[in-house]
Design a protein. Sequence first.
Length: 195
Amino acid sequence: MALKLQRLARACAGLGLTLCAAAAAQSRAIPLDKLHTQLGFELSTRWGQTLEGQFPRYDGVVTVLPDGRHQVSLRMYTADVQIADHARYAQWARGSAFFDADKWPEVVFISHPYDMTVLRGGGQIAGELVIRGIRRPETLTVQPAACPRPALDCDVVLSGAVRRSDYQMDSLKLAINDRVVFLLRARLEPTGDTP
């Protein structure tokens, strides 16, 4: 009897691995188009000045899941952060008081699965944001698309505000507001079978 149970357990485990492999094979990852995609953020000073930051180096993919939903994964590299026309603020943003690029080289956002209708009509994409090793749930707001095939024929425009104090980025409180707005304009690499 014990031998039959072991054989049955092995057969079920093999079937489970086969099903997992089949599901993984049906998923496909489409990279972001680096020519058209821009990932950045905005900070504002206490006296009304807006500082526009950019992540010139990043990796991003959209995974099409077996059920047809999508999931985005972004890695933005903090050592390369730039702030337009403000070299000192850029150095501060890369330093230990803000992103701390030496210790935390990436900002990561991984969305929960979402339906493509969000990209067309606008809405929310929830996910997990990791800054300085701190993981928190955050939501990006998607603007309604300007074309029928968003991410292919026009940019997908997303934004999301976070509090930098939630990620232990507390320096310069008197000069820089706590609110950081992430701004993304994204397109996918064109492929022959892109949805």
